[in-house]
Design a protein. Structure first.
Length: 368
């Protein structure tokens, strides 16, 4: 007589199954992916503010550059032969695949009293956003430091001199170190940067300001409200001390990023001075060869050490033309249930690269 099955079949409602059919964990992946995308967008402030292109194939993308046309008076009877406009390009190369991975054990997920996937997915999004933001800011800083062709050649990867390229000067915040936390002098330096754009005929449409927390909150840290004219409604300001926001100065939106702290972006002293901190692209023996793409060379260039100048940066005023980003693989999520490990491996990833596009479109606010 046949023995009864020890595990008789019962109807089971799988919360991760879509419409009671297919993969019993299908909806879990979609939830995870949605949370990663949300966290990435919330924590990444720089990506929407720079020139961005997506490519489906290849290791790099080219951004064309054009010079200016000239005008002249026509002498009666002379033939019009046509003038020439100079052309060039800037190349942006893709870094290696950047990932954030987590393994979720089935037993841990079962006995936890909170949503494990939600926490893990949020942290994955933040980790990827942090690296993207930092790399864009490193390139923006390099753009600001490129105040002439000599410095540009030392700082910008794949740099080719463009005869008609403009350069802008950086701006000092006051005349003393403490002035970088003086709201009036900090605001004036932002106006001076905007003026530098206009003097050098750099289109400031879409220009914006990025400040680290110390400088951002210093703009509102004053007991004499009469000094906050840039926030006073009587002067056209629309900031709020109550909500701790400075939406606009000199016609430019002001953003805060705790990633714009030079000591967190670069090694500013020691044997590795000038190297980018944290994760660096792989060497060409294993990957892209862009290990030094976000470094600043620790040598004397044009009579100065550019790392020492970078260490004094307390803010950036820039337009979207300062940095270009190229996406080969946009943010995506993969997951796999591993029966031999009794859990799910989930990987959030992207592949993109960044480079300086137009140095004149970025100005650093420097502490004296």
């Amino acid at each position: 007589m046949a023995q009864a099955a020890s595990n008789p079949a019962y109807s089971v409602s799988f919360q991760g199954q879509n419409n009671l059919s297919g993969d019993v964990r299908d909806l879990f992946l979609k939830l995870y992916a949605g949370e990663v995308l949300t966290a990435f967008e919330e924590k990444n402030i720089m990506m929407p503010l720079v020139r961005t292109r997506s490519i489906s194939k290849g290791k790099s993308a080219s951004f064309p550059m054009t010079g200016r046309a000239t005008a002249e008076y026509l002498t009666p009877g002379n033939e019009i032969t046509g003038g020439a406009i100079r052309a060039g390009e800037r190349i942006v190369t893709i870094d290696d695949l950047l990932i954030s991975s987590q393994f979720i054990a089935s037993i841990d997920e079962a006995i936890n009293h909170y949503d494990v996937r939600s926490i893990y997915s949020k942290e994955a999004g933040i980790a990827l956003a942090k690296e993207a933001d930092k790399n864009i800011l490193r390139q923006a800083l390099k753009a600001a430091l490129s105040t002439n062709a000599i410095r540009g050649a030392a700082l910008i990867q794949n740099y080719s001199a463009f005869a008609e390229e403009d350069f802008t000067a950086n701006v000092n915040i006051g005349t003393a170190t403490a002035d970088s936390l003086d709201p009036a002098k900090l605001a004036k330096s932002i106006f001076d940067a905007k003026k530098e754009f206009d003097v050098k005929s750099v289109t400031s449409d879409g220009a914006f300001v990025v400040l680290p927390p110390s400088q951002y909150y210093a703009l509102m840290d004053v007991t004499d409200g009469s000094k906050l004219t840039f926030m006073n409604r009587d002067f056209g300001g629309n900031g709020s001390i109550a909500s701790a926001t400075v939406p606009m100065i000199a016609g430019m939106p002001v953003y805060m990023s705790n990633h714009l702290v030079t000591a967190d972006l670069l090694e500013v002293a020691g044997v590795n001075k000038g190297q980018s901190k944290g994760q660096r692209p792989l060497a060409n023996t294993a990957g892209s060869g862009r290990t030094t793409a976000y470094d600043i060379t620790n040598t004397t260039t044009d009579g100065v050490n550019l790392v020492d100048i970078a260490a004094k940066c307390r803010g950036l005023v820039m337009t979207q033309d300062a940095v270009a980003s190229v996406k080969l693989m946009d943010l995506g999520v993969e997951s796999e249930y591993q029966i031999n490990r009794q859990g799910t491996l989930m990987v959030a990833k992207y592949a993109m690269g960044h480079n300086v596009l137009r140095p004149a479109a970025a100005i650093a606010l420097l502490e004296v």
